[in-house]
Design a protein around this ligand. Sequence first.
Ligand code: G4P
Length: 288
Amino acid sequence: MSEMQNIQWFPGHMTKTKRKIAEILPIIDAVAEIVDARIPISSRNPDLMGIIKDKPLLILLNKCDMADPKETAKWISFYKNKGIPAIPVDCKTGRGVSDFKDKVKEILGDKLESYKAKGMVGKPLRVMVVGIPNVGKSTFINRIAGASRLKAENRPGVTRGNQWVTVDKQLELLDTPGVLWPKFEDQKVGEHLAFTGAVKDAVLDTELLAMRLLENLSENYRELLTARFGELDFDLDSYDLLCLVGKKRGMVIRGGETDTERAAKMLLEEYRNCKIGKITLERTNDNA
Ligand code: G4P
């Protein structure tokens, strides 16, 4: 179960993580932020840019196996236009993960050169891997470090307890020191995180959540919805559309009404399990 599902959000958490990141920052060469390719806006930490200041940033669009490849490509160029290198990855199968090392070495090429010039050949690059809970940080680190995974001891000048992972002679990773939060005070962000299962449904009303998801899918993925559930009427409001989707699946109770609670659960589950298709819920021109 993800940390997000258990955690109580306190301002104290944020302060603590901010402080820990700030402490470690001087010995970090770059930051790799993992985001969920299906919701690249909502799965980012709103304060990260301010915390890491001018440290080089690399964005990993993870879970791209579940996202719309066309939209992922748009996101990659969107970041590129902002001067932020980004790569798509699928940590579940490992696709794209090997590009990470090359990208880091490319971004930090000058640094590697200067280490070499100073005779510091053995000095590895240090990258801090950050991301909100459930975005795939552990899966990524395990995948990239593979069998050679080593938890290095605490280093001088480094906060005790930080977990370093050696990837190869030139690269060391550090997992987020603390919990990085999403912009959870924003209702839309909360909903989008709930669509993907990053936060528990119980926090939000299941039917309402399913209605919101249908609204989002009706905008951009009508064909996929129709392919999955049969002919639908997109002029209906989201509640009636949910009823129709449920009916198509035979989820009818006494009096011929749809069991909307069941229909809602089914819809959310099928979205999360990628049964409806590869879907991106946030676009580069959205303002979440
Ligand atoms: P975290 O450290 O950032 O909190 O995330 P973690 O690695 O625990 O990953 C959270 C969930 O996301 C895990 O699923 C993990 O398998 C899944 N995941 C990570 N990367 C990818 C990816 O690229 N594609 C897909 N499809 N899933 C990914 P889980 O349901 O919690 O566990 P399990 O299914 O692995 O048992």
